[in-house]
Design a protein around this ligand. Sequence first.
Ligand code: SAM
Length: 284
Amino acid sequence: MTSPVTLLKAWKMLPKKQLGQNFLTNPAIPRAIVNRAGISAGDVVLEIGAGLGALTVPVAGAAGHVYAVETDRRLVDLLGTELLLHKCDNVTVITADILRLDLGNFVRDAGIDRPLVVIGNLPYHISSQIVVRLIEARRWIDRAVLMFQKELARRFMAKPGGRDYGRLSVMLAYCAEVRSLLTVGADRFFPKPKIDSEVIEIRFRETPVHPAPDEAFLFRVVKAAFGQRRKTLRNALAGSELHIPAASAEQALTAAGIDPARRAETLTVAEFVALSRTLGNMPR
Ligand SMILES: C[S@@+](CC[C@H](N)C(=O)[O-])C[C@H]1O[C@@H](n2cnc3c(N)ncnc32)[C@H](O)[C@@H]1O
């Protein structure tokens, strides 16, 4: 692996902060990610934010095929050269904004016949949005192995009852098993970010443990409940974009067996599902 400092210098480029460009500098990290992710020749991988190819090259060495998405057009020639140099002939580079890529259409158009393994050292400013997209598109995905800023990764894995527990903790617990694979120090990147990173595996379940009658509505309820997380659930729901009268919120919470004076951060996934059911059954 050529160091990002050398590569960027040779190609007369500077990293773009607004694209979250913190490139991996130490080849041991991508190798560890590939090993712990258990990438094998049967896998079709979608990489998000390929950058200079630090992860793309070792992933290509282990996987059947890699679709490497990168939004920064400046990097495409550089990435192509790196892939040629490392004889990676099983990589398709896609110049696109991952948030605009329709995964269903992409899988169909590319003729991909199996659930994807998604991998990436994510641009930190859109990490949460990407996870929401992956949850929505999870029918096309087996698992995702992604690097986040450590604080965010902790929130994704949080259990009810603490400050870290939020909207995405609930959405992920609803549909996936999440575990930490590895912590990566800030000094393993160029430019060096302010905080350490963590790689987590999100393995999507075929069916949720507590299926909601209407998943999209469940996710709206979760968003509304955490929208004003310091308020009691009764008031948070009443003041939310769901426009539920306070009396109806109280009635739905009670019917779901939830004390209306509790806060969102104390509810389990099963309780959110029960609440979405009683709210969904109310006349609107
Ligand atoms: C943290 S860097 C990781 C680069 C490389 N994978 C590595 O580990 O060294 C994130 C990469 O995502 C790219 N990126 C930022 N926003 C993106 C988007 N919306 N869609 C696709 N790629 C994006 C950046 O240009 C950058 O190359």
